[in-house]
Write a protein that binds this ligand. Structure first.
Ligand code: MG
Ligand code: FE
Ligand code: FE
Length: 165
């Protein structure tokens, strides 16, 4: 923990650490949900979905890394157990038990939309109080916005294919 780096944070650090740990829990659950979804996907256009899910899973793990680093910088402790992910998550976990492409797409779009809300809120809360966390939140928000669009355009293609047959 850097003392000056912590001192310049103009908001309650415990509150900030709670928000960061909730986002951290979300990232691990999203990582696993997408990673497993890519393993089990079945149905039309599954190759496109698998490619996106693997890329997004990699991004979510990178987000977990960014958020964990910020938690440690601020003197906090990243959630230490998988049970803790469940206790802290904002966005929850949708098990990919139905492997059909459309179902996975819908579940994962919901996850990305939740993530967009989480990082939008974190960015708003930190914009003036903590520029370091703000910059990280905006960086992650950019990825989540891209993830949503990737999946929604796949769903659109799936609908087009179904309507032209
Ligand atoms: Mg993508
Ligand atoms: Fe993420
Ligand atoms: Fe994402």
């Amino acid at each position: 923990m850097g003392t000056k780096g912590r001192e310049i944070v103009g908001m309650d650090i415990e509150e900030l650490l709670t928000l960061l740990n909730k986002a951290f829990a979300d990232e691990w659950l999203a990582y696993y949900q997408y990673w497993l979804g890519a393993k089990v996907a079945k149905g039309p256009m599954k190759e496109g979905l698998i490619a996106e899910l693997l890329q997004h899973a990699t991004d979510e793990l990178r987000h977990a890394d960014l958020v964990a680093n910020r938690i440690v910088q601020l003197g906090g402790e990243p959630v230490a157990t998988p049970q803790g992910w469940y206790e802290n998550t904002n966005c929850g976990y949708d098990a990919p038990t139905d492997p059909y492409v459309r179902v996975l797409l819908e579940q994962n779009i919901k996850g990305e939309q939740c993530a967009i809300g989480v990082y939008q809120a974190l960015a708003q809360k930190t914009r003036d109080a903590d520029p370091v966390t703000y910059e990280m939140a905006v960086q992650i928000l950019n990825d989540e916005v891209e993830h949503e669009e990737d999946l929604q355009s796949l769903l659109e293609d799936l609908d087009l294919m179904a309507s032209r047959h």
